[in-house]
Write a protein that binds this ligand. Structure first.
Ligand SMILES: *[C@@H]1O[C@H](CO)[C@@H](O)[C@H](O)[C@H]1NC(C)=O
Ligand SMILES: *[C@@H]1O[C@H](CO)[C@@H](O)[C@H](O)[C@H]1NC(C)=O
Ligand SMILES: *[C@@H]1O[C@H](CO)[C@@H](O)[C@H](O)[C@H]1NC(C)=O
Ligand SMILES: *[C@@H]1O[C@H](CO)[C@@H](O)[C@H](O)[C@H]1NC(C)=O
Ligand SMILES: *[C@@H]1O[C@H](CO)[C@@H](O)[C@H](O)[C@H]1NC(C)=O
Ligand SMILES: *[C@@H]1O[C@H](CO)[C@@H](O)[C@H](O)[C@H]1NC(C)=O
Ligand SMILES: *[C@@H]1O[C@H](CO)[C@@H](O)[C@H](O)[C@H]1NC(C)=O
Ligand SMILES: *[C@@H]1O[C@H](CO)[C@@H](O)[C@H](O)[C@H]1NC(C)=O
Length: 765
């Protein structure tokens, strides 16, 4: 069955194919890469050729009842090839067909939300918003779980006419008609043939672009949500919601389904491929793919095609942190985004009968009445370690719970008090990670042991101690912890796909981010029996939330500098990123007990959109440079061509990509020795005219760094200059990560262009 839709552009009809899927247990879904130059002239389109190829291999099966091989998708934009359900035998036959490059079996994808933490502090960026007209006319393709189109974040108030270059459609589906698209959501498509192919008996519960999880809605509104006054998470984080690029357009590609992420490659390829064809400017991909090799990673392969067309691709780093080397897919031609905390905290105010007030931390999702209630502290009860012991807690009291190594975990204590007759609880804990969870089903506040001293004294030594708690307060600032800090779960470099290029590239807010949500999905729970509450806006955490910040900021940069390549935009963000937190100290790592974060945790640092608007110099990379890079990875010809296709020209292989970062790898198992790593870089002057820069080096410990020349003179805009860097360091048979930076400082000018240096083992111990 071919899907006929009058709005489909022609190539869609010729290269895109839907089939009826018969049950087949012996087959798996494969993604097949084809060298299109082998296509015989006789075929009017790639689709005909691929179908014919499949027809020709089916005869190899002698069993009449054996179903035919199934063509699922044809790809012709981000790469050439198709996906199909094939048996082993058919795959073998296919491998001998002309033009065959590679085949790999489909693997699962996962969304990057951890659903435990949340929140967003919007950058009230003065410079870049007006300079970019808030991202006007830039189209951000969001490849995710779809969208909740009725969310106020996707109203099109204030939006101008849809850009003429747009070629996409608003695909009609279940509970989704074309009038749900507007001047904000300009495109919507869904891809689930892979899900159906992998499991023909499956019932797709929402066969349309409508989001049933909330993930895609959240991500899309972070990137480009419109202004919405009075948004909040049950009274917390209240204010005017808006995306990073509030005037940018959204094109939605649904590839994540409740029915499972199996057989995800075909839909992932199809989604990205279609976005490229539709004419998006930025691709936002908050998905993880569990594979290391770039030639097997559908996101990496499809992103290469997107990059060639000038599309900026932003991908989440993944939530596998905090250990070294947990970042698998460090795609060199994409921006890989790490997740950091925000300086916003959610609190409750505790007032003792004496009038003393203490600001505690809470996310209890309602305005509970806790006024002048008896305050209970005694050693047996306050362990809060079982339902039985807490049965003794007096009716309608506030019970003080001590949280320590000897007591149950915070969430268990919360469970026990919920089942008691107490009305509220005061938790004493030093564990600040509690402040990053939105799960707070019982009315209460968390205070520190230091703050607790006065409370305990009052509770144990007064005849009738009482206390009150108010909820739904929001606090900004560096207390109790400076921000940003790298989120513990954010995946860490070096990237397993290739450790010699810095990944992640950059960090953006990804902890407790407030953004639009599916109002039919629960956002919080209260009470011992978990009453589910819903909200139009939810606080969610993960690199999934960090990625669309970069997509939105990338859209702003694209709007302000339409001539910049994706690499120039990434360079602008990286060289202006901030390595310091809001106390002007180096950014810390939540996952490593608040030790100083390294570039392997956060890339160049926290994105600074206003500075990125005017970076002074950029490290540009062309598609041919990436080809040269891939050619140096010692892949087979077929593996290489899976990514770079007909651009195959390995005349000049080099892993020294013109990247705004320097990674010097060492083998800690090697005998003590001094190593030397050399780098060549070219910077382009994107400032207004003539400029002179002088280098400033902060060398990593036990290393020496030489930069030559030390001064760069530019006569005019867009002029390029080359320089060389030599890093020498000694190894000590130890796993040590040392880092520093190379900064080009403009003389008599305002620009500083900073690149991180990392000296690191390539692999985990
Ligand atoms: C989903 O909808 C499309 C058309 O909107 C239809 O072609 C397809 O068969 C449907 N798929 C399922 C699994 O219902
Ligand atoms: C689309 O759906 C909305 C509500 O779901 C309905 O109000 C509207 O009339 C529909 N439009 C068309 C063109 O069917
Ligand atoms: C609970 O804590 C009390 C006081 O510390 C202790 O005596 C008791 O054994 C603990 N009970 C459990 C089940 O851990
Ligand atoms: C602690 O509270 C329990 C239950 O109310 C009570 O039985 C016990 O006597 C109290 N202990 C002290 C030391 O007050
Ligand atoms: C309560 O008061 C008594 C006597 O003043 C003192 O010894 C004791 O330490 C106090 N308890 C607390 C918890 O402060
Ligand atoms: C590729 O192989 C050559 C020769 O074995 C080796 O020197 C080089 O380091 C390899 N490159 C990579 C990226 O592994
Ligand atoms: C390969 O690229 C080099 C320059 O990078 C060029 O000189 C050469 O002609 C190219 N070869 C082919 C076959 O395209
Ligand atoms: C620097 O080198 C010394 C040995 O000379 C070693 O003991 C020390 O751990 C190294 N420091 C770092 C930060 O690598």
């Amino acid at each position: 069955m071919v899907l006929i839709n009058p709005l489909l552009p022609l190539f869609f009809l010729s290269c895109f194919f839907w089939v009826n899927h018969a049950a087949s247990t012996e087959r798996s879904t494969y993604i097949i890469h084809i060298d299109k130059s082998f296509m015989p002239k006789a075929f009017p389109s790639c689709h005909h050729w691929y179908s014919n190829t499949l027809d020709s291999i089916k005869s190899t099966s002698s069993d009449k009842h054996y179903p035919q091989p199934k063509l699922i998708h044809t790809y012709d934009n981000a790469f050439h090839g198709f996906s199909a359900m094939l048996s082993n035998e058919e795959l073998k036959a296919l491998k001998n067909s002309p033009g065959f490059l590679s085949a790999h079996e489909d693997g699962p994808i996962t969304p990057d939300t951890t659903h435990t933490y949340k929140f967003l502090s919007l950058n009230t960026a003065k410079g870049i918003w007006p300079a970019s007209e808030y991202g006007k006319d830039v189209i951000i393709g969001v490849v995710d779980s779809g969208i909740w189109p009725e969310s106020p974040s996707f109203k099109d108030e204030g939006m101008t006419e849809i850009p003429k270059k747009w070629k996409g459609i608003c695909q009609v589906g279940q509970d989704f008609n074309s009038s749900l698209c507007n001047k904000k959501i300009i495109g919507a498509r869904f891809f689930n043939q892979g899900v159906v192919a992998g499991n023909p008996d499956v019932t797709i519960s929402m066969n349309s672009t409508r989001d049933t999880s909330g993930h895609g809605t959240h991500v899309a509104s972070i990137a480009a949500g419109n202004y919405v006054e009075g948004a909040s998470f049950f009274g917390y984080a209240s204010g005017t919601a808006r995306g990073m690029a509030p005037r940018a357009r959204l094109a939605i590609y649904k590839v994540l389904w409740d029915e499972g992420s199996q057989e995800s490659d075909p839909i992932l390829f199809a989604g990205i491929d279609q976005a490229v064809a539709d004419g998006v400017d930025v691709l936002s991909i908050s998905l993880s793919y569990r594979t290391i090799d770039l030639y097997e990673n559908p996101i990496a392969i499809a992103a290469f095609g997107a990059m060639e067309k000038g599309i900026l691709v932003s991908v989440s780093a993944g939530n596998r942190g905090p250990n070294f080397g947990t970042l698998l897919e460090g795609i060199p031609w994409a921006v890989i985004v790490a997740s950091g905390t925000v300086d916003r905290w959610f609190s409750g105010i505790l007032t003792l009968g004496t009038g003393l007030t203490i600001t505690g931390w809470t996310m209890f999702p309602a305005r509970a009445t806790v006024r002048n209630l008896p305050l209970i502290y005694n050693e047996t009860l306050s362990a809060c370690n079982s339902t039985e012991s807490l049965a003794e807690a007096p009716d309608g009291s506030i019970i003080i719970c001590v949280n320590s190594f000897e007591t149950p975990e915070f969430s268990d204590q919360m469970g026990y008090v919920s089942e008691s007759n107490a009305r509220a609880a005061i938790f004493i804990s030093e564990d600040t990670s509690i402040l990053r969870s939105t799960s707070f089903p019982f009315p209460g506040v968390v205070i520190t042991p230091k703050e607790a001293q006065n409370v305990i004294k009052y509770a144990s030594n007064s005849s009738q101690p009482t206390a009150s708690i108010t909820f739904q307060h929001t606090i900004l600032g560096p207390e109790p912890r400076p921000a940003p800090a790298v989120s513990a779960s954010s995946s860490r470099g070096p990237a397993r796909s290739y450790p010699g290029i810095l990944k992640p590239d950059i960090m953006a807010p990804g902890v407790l981010i407030l953004a639009a949500y599916n109002p039919e999905v629960s956002a919080a729970y209260i009470g011992s029996n978990n009453i589910a509450l819903s909200s139009d806006y939810n606080l969610v955490s993960g690199t999934s939330m960090a990625c669309p910040h970069i997509s939105g900021i990338g859209a702003l940069l694209k709007s302000a500098h339409p001539d910049w390549s994706p690499a120039a935009i990434r360079s602008a963000m990286m060289t202006t990123a901030n390595p310091l937190d809001n106390t002007q100290k180096p950014i810390k790592d939540m996952g490593m007990d608040y030790d100083i974060a390294t570039p392997l945790d956060m890339g160049a640092g926290q994105v600074d959109p206003n500075r990125a608007l005017d970076p002074g110099l950029v490290y540009d990379v062309t598609a041919q440079d990436y080809v040269n890079f891939i050619c140096a990875l010692n892949y087979t010809r077929e593996q290489t061509q899976s990514i770079i296709r007909s651009r195959y020209n390995c005349s000049n292989p080099s892993t020294d990509l013109n990247y705004p970062a320097f990674v010097a790898l060492y083998d800690p198992l090697e005998e003590r020795s001094t190593l030397t790593r050399r780098f060549e870089r070219t910077v382009t002057n994107v400032g207004d005219g003539a400029a002179m820069y002088k280098v400033k080096v902060k060398k990593p410990k036990n290393s020496s760094v030489t930069v030559s020349p030390e001064k760069l003179m530019f006569q005019k805009k867009n002029e390029k200059q080359k320089f060389y860097v030599m890093i020498r360091y000694k190894t000590y048979r130890e796993y040590v990560i040392n880092h520093g930076s190379i900064t080009w400082v403009e003389e008599r000018g305002k620009h500083t262009v900073r690149s991180p240096i990392v000296v690191t083992p390539a692999e985990p111990s």
